[in-house]
Design a protein around this ligand. Sequence first.
Ligand code: SAM
Length: 186
Amino acid sequence: MITVLRIGHRPARDKRITTHVALTARAFGASAIIIDLHDSELEDNVRSVVDRFGGDFQISSGVNWRRYLEDSGAVKVHLTMYGIPVQDCIDNIRQDASRKGNLIITVGAEKVPGDLYGVADYNVSVTNQPHSEVAALAIFLDRYNHGDELSARFEGRMEVIPKARGKEIRNRVGNSITTTKPKRKD
Ligand code: SAM
């Protein structure tokens, strides 16, 4: 099981980017996200996506991250531009996680507390350039999952039907399925 731990979340400033962290975690193969500061609006937004698009992705907020990590018994990855390049450690992480059964991937918002570097089993960089927790998480998960997550099915009420142009969504309501097709441009 893969859990993403988001620390340093500031509800007033980070709602949008933490939502993106959560949706990226879900789309790229994690099962849950834990957020340090309580934010019920953020939880509702993410649950609404899960409710419509499927899967059993879990979200909880207001969790003491240090205690959570220390008690987890999981392999603990911290994504940071200062860490070991992902391409040099991903095989070891995968092996450790398959032995322990659980993997926690921590991402920060602003500067993370210094002791996180010691609590983590692996401090991992996705390039050593500063960029975004969303990009770092997506690339880490894609490398970890060998790209298999790209073809995962979520079996949701709403399902996007891939199209070369336009939009098509299949809606399941009870036993009936309706399809919203792209509008023709005449
Ligand atoms: N200045 C902050 C610091 O020193 O930690 C960087 C904050 S950055 C906007 C937010 C998060 O993105 C970081 O805590 C880290 O998890 C992730 N991140 C940013 N660049 C990264 C990189 N090159 N590799 C891995 N993670 C990265």
